[in-house]
Design a binder for this molecule. Structure first.
Ligand SMILES: [Zn+2]
Length: 316
């Protein structure tokens, strides 16, 4: 992000920040979150001195609300300008950004910054999506382990708590899942739910993937145990490898190692959501900073989150 970007009124002017938020939360004008009333004639903006900026009154249910109700921003004491800047920085930094760094950049306490970041990750988390891939699409599937002892090195072993399964479509998006263990019983249901039947699946040689060929249009595997990193199918010209998903893991691990030192097991799914989001909304897919941050705000709807327990602290 350049210095010119930092002059964006959403980062400097609270009214501009609020109006930009309203535009995304209420694309068709304000509506009451209490009763659903969207009739402009029955909604009044409260512009008295004592009213909070952006406060509306609903003539239908007599309730009051702002655009932040029901979003990750609800009841936050942090100015919306800082939320916009935080979303922008998280959305545009390829490997992520540490809470220490963000805390210094925003001038918000470390603890509040940490809470903000987890709320923003929650906004980046997408669920209930249609299956990935499709006819002619290649989707690579692989697993990895995010270690804790002595850093974030890969550790092979079923005992590991931080096992991750990822599906990446070549030239498309990524979806990652925190799984209990890397077994057929755990992995296949996720693959079936998230991969369209017409897709060409690529994996390593692991036995847990052996039956994919029966369930999807095509399945190819590379045998890493034989030192094989990929080959070209002479008949179809298809590149048989899982380099894309391995590249995804390399970004994820560099980010986790350098930036996110205190990732507890219970938060792993949110970090995965953050990396999936950035990967799936990257510049190479013609999605630029502004659109990316708008997508985060879009995802902030219906994600009201409260962190209260001290056990949620990153250092606990
Ligand atoms: Zn109402």
């Amino acid at each position: 992000m350049s210095a010119a970007d930092l002059q964006d009124p959403r980062f400097t002017d609270e009214t501009a920040a609020r109006e930009a938020l309203e535009d995304i939360v209420w694309p068709n004008g304000p509506h009451c979150p209490h009763c659903g009333n969207a009739d402009a004639a029955k909604l009044a903006k409260l512009e008295t001195k004592s009213a909070r900026p952006g406060l509306y009154y609903c003539n239908e249910c007599k309730g009051q609300f702002t655009a932040t109700v029901g979003t990750i921003f609800e009841r936050s004491k942090i100015p919306l300008t800082k939320w916009w800047l935080a979303m922008h920085l998280i959305g545009s930094s390829k490997k992520g950004i540490s809470s220490h760094q963000l805390h210094r950049m925003l001038g918000v306490s470390y603890k509040s910054t940490w809470f903000m970041m987890h709320r923003i990750r929650e906004a980046m988390r997408v669920g209930g999506l249609a299956p990935m891939g499709g006819e002619g699409a290649v989707v690579e599937i692989d697993e990895t382990f995010i270690g804790r002892k002595g850093g974030f090195e890969v550790r092979q072993g079923a005992w590991h708590k931080n096992a991750v399964l990822t599906l990446v479509e070549r030239g498309g998006s990524a979806r990652s899942f925190h799984v209990d263990e890397v077994t057929k019983a755990e992995i296949l249901p996720i693959v079936r739910e998230n991969l369209s039947r017409e897709s060409h699946a690529m994996t390593d040689e692991a036995a847990r993937y052996a039956q994919l060929g029966n369930e999807f249009a095509k399945h190819d595997a590379v045998d890493h145990s034989r030192g094989e990193y990929g080959y070209t199918d002479r008949k179809t010209g298809a590149k048989i490898n899982i380099n894309t998903v391995e590249g995804y893991y390399s970004i994820f691990k560099r980010g986790m190692k350098g930036v996110y030192q205190h990732c507890g097991e219970k938060h792993l799914h949110r970090y995965l959501a953050e990396f999936d989001f950035r990967y799936s909304n990257r510049s190479a897919l013609d999605i630029e900073d502004n659109e990316r941050v708008a997508k985060i705000v879009e995802g902030a709807k219906g994600k009201r989150l409260m962190y209260r327990r001290p056990s949620e602290s990153p250092l606990a």
